[in-house]
Write a protein that binds this ligand. Structure first.
Ligand SMILES: [Zn+2]
Length: 184
């Protein structure tokens, strides 16, 4: 993800190449529940103000005039933040493909379309429980038929992604060090 070498590391207050490189940090609530993904700048700010502690680092250290901060990959808030409403992410082509890991629900091949399991033309709703990732071929073959009509079945029950905020920000698979903290 980061391509800068240690000599390019910059102080947290500077807008050097590392800070601006799009690095992201997974932020956990004090309960260890994934909350959201924050920019590296925000992550460093949370650590420096002692609002969060570093759980995982990629081994590098950010140096400023007065302190050193391990480059945070996973952070945990020091105080629990109550999250009253978790806004669900709507099922879109992007979010459905993310949820299903770009795998076709019918043949397991690479998918880049979304299929309504119960076809919309036959009253199926556009909701998480009725959409799956599908390859173009399967989507075309299935057309507006129901699964039992063509002898197909699903190997899983489609449902809304559990960590909607994390999914919305690009998925946990982009950073291996996040995997222990985010359910697949
Ligand atoms: Zn397929």
């Amino acid at each position: 993800m980061l391509t800068e070498t240690p000599p390019s590391l910059t102080a947290p207050h500077a807008s050097g190449p590392l800070i601006g490189s799009g690095a992201r940090t997974l932020l956990l609530n004090a309960s260890m529940e994934p909350l959201c993904i924050v920019s590296l700048r925000r992550a460093v700010s949370l650590v420096m103000t002692e609002k969060a502690t570093v759980l995982e680092t990629d081994g590098r250290v950010l140096h400023s005039e007065h302190m050193s901060v391990p480059l945070p990959v996973v952070l945990c808030l020091t105080r629990y933040v109550h999250v009253p409403v978790r806004h669900p992410v709507p099922p879109t082509r992007r979010t459905v493909l993310q949820r299903d890991s770009h795998r076709c629900a019918y043949c397991g091949g690479g998918a880049d379309t979304v299929d309504h399991v119960h076809p919309r033309s036959r009253g199926g709703r556009h909701e998480w429980g009725n959409v799956v990732a599908a390859c173009v071929r399967c989507n075309h073959r299935k057309a507006d038929r129901l699964l039992h009509e063509i002898g197909w079945s699903l190997s899983f029950t489609p449902r809304a992604p559990r960590w909607s905020v994390t999914f919305a920000a690009g998925g946990a698979r982009s950073e291996p060090l996040w995997s222990a903290y985010v359910p697949a």
